[in-house]
Ligand binder design. Structure first.
Ligand SMILES: [Zn+2]
Length: 466
């Protein structure tokens, strides 16, 4: 058996593993590279394998850095099934066409800036089209958590709840070659235990080969209680003390619902008053509706919280803006608004307009609630940039920037080690992936010293005979 790391080696996006045995060849995830100057060219370069010869895909979760190149895979000849959980399939039905729409809009813009005298460059065609995304959706095969799936002779797998976003899964895969069966476990993205709405990541007790994510392999999150206290303080001071707005860049899927949940609960508990929350992202509104359809996946506390269930509709203090006009009207709101918008890393979408209108104002705040990859506008803000460029305009950063680490959808070092501790014997080989170098190396080092494991941090393109 051979596994090639095609993405998320020494970085956090572009997840893709190619698994080859003597009888089959398949992918785990097929994600888009996000952030950084070379992301567009990396997403465009031809696959390192023949898509027509891939038998099937196993998909851990809906985030675009894990699923975003699936329509490209289909358009280049992949015709097999894509196995994933039912909730992930529901999310993809919204997310992949949306991603295609962004690709088409980007291509149109590129063409407009392009002189008609020259021949159209190759990259003026969209990475993939809405039709490609719709074709790809037809290949989805929804599976249940904890059930055996047999995608191919010699392959058995199980999707276990990863507690990262709705529908997210850890994969247990048993690969049989001749008389020998090897168990490969892929953590996918692991959630932080104790977060609202979702259940905690499922403990796994054995593996021969383990791929473990390491996004926060070198850090500890603040605890939830302290994070919620900080949220209350920032929102209260900004809205009621200084008379500004609070801008919350948030991933449309997962983080947005979590932020709404917290604000709603804090309002119910009267810890925050006079809240006007605007969710300004059509994708976030759709994802919130899908979340409400999957109550069976919620943890106890979320099921109990009355009123939260109706968050897909307008509550007195919760507004979902749909049209571009409504979104633009928000730009004229000078104070009293909590605006939750995407993209989560601030490099695309409506959030850029909200930052443009509020970053320069001392009375406003920006609440960073998720991971910000290198090369993104969000990372610049976290790193304390005094000036940023948005829509070819220099903007001075006067608003206060707060990072709420405790809301991360990813397990921190302690939680990663806690999950690793559930293995009853050491896996033969361990790969720390999905982390920037410092994070992946720190986790690998801890797993070597604490667990005595044989851990490497692979680079993209590296291949391993196992
Ligand atoms: Zn993810």
């Amino acid at each position: 058996m051979n596994i090639t790391v095609l993405g998320a080696g020494g970085e956090v996006t572009g997840s893709c593993l190619l698994v080859q045995t003597n009888s089959t060849r398949f992918l785990v995830d097929c994600g888009m590279v996000q952030g950084g100057r070379d992301a567009p060219s990396r997403n465009r370069k031809p696959f390192d394998f023949d898509p027509g010869r891939i038998d099937f895909v196993l998909l851990t979760h809906a985030h675009i850095d894990h699923s975003g190149l699936l329509p490209k895979l289909t358009s280049k000849g992949f015709a097999g099934p894509i196995y994933t959980t039912a909730a992930t399939a529901d999310l993809l039905a919204v997310m992949l066409p949306d991603s295609a729409h962004i690709q088409e809009a980007d291509a149109q813009r590129a063409n407009r800036h392009h002189s008609p005298a020259r021949a159209a460059p190759d990259d003026a065609a969209p990475l993939y089209t809405t039709q490609d995304a719709l074709d790809c959706l037809r290949q989805l095969q929804a599976v249940r958590y904890d059930e055996d799936v047999r995608p191919h002779a010699g392959v058995r797998c199980r999707f276990r709840d990863a507690g990262h976003i709705l529908g997210s899964a850890i994969l247990e895969i048993w690969l049989t070659e001749g008389a020998k069966t090897t168990k490969v476990v892929l953590s996918g993205d692991l959630g932080q235990p104790g977060r609202p709405i979702l259940r905690d990541p499922t403990p796994i007790d054995d593996a021969d080969v383990l791929f473990i994510e390491s996004t926060y392999g070198d850090r500890l999150h603040k605890d939830q209680g302290a994070t919620v206290d900080e949220l209350v303080q920032v929102v209260d001071q900004t809205l009621h003390g200084r008379g500004g707005n609070v801008i919350v860049p948030a991933f449309a899927v997962g983080r947005t619902q979590e932020v709404i949940y917290h604000l709603h609960r804090l309002a119910c508990e009267r810890r925050l008053n006079n809240l006007h929350i605007y969710v300004d992202s059509p994708m976030a509104a759709a994802a919130t509706r899908i979340t409400m359809r999957h109550l069976e996946l919620f943890d106890e506390a979320a099921r109990r919280l009355a009123g939260w269930h109706s968050a897909g509709r307008d509550l007195p203090l919760l507004h979902f803006t749909a049209s571009v006009e409504e979104s633009m009207a928000l730009n004229r709101v000078r104070s009293g608004a909590v605006i939750v918008s995407a993209s989560g890393m601030c490099d695309a979408g409506r959030i850029k307009h909200h930052l443009r209108h509020n970053l320069g104002r001392r009375e406003c705040s920006v609440l960073i609630t998720g991971f910000q990859a290198q090369g993104t506008l969000g990372r610049q803000l976290v790193d304390g940039a005094k000036r940023v460029r948005i829509f070819r305009e220099d903007i001075e950063v006067r608003a206060s920037i707060h990072t709420l680490g405790g809301f991360s959808a990813h397990a921190d070092q302690k939680a990663l080690l806690g999950w690793a501790a559930s293995f009853k014997r050491a896996p033969r080989r361990v790969f720390a992936v999905h982390g920037e170098d410092a994070a992946a190396n720190a986790l690998a080092q801890r797993l070597r010293t604490v667990n005595g494991w044989n851990v490497v941090t692979p680079r993209c393109g590296e291949s391993f005979d196992l």
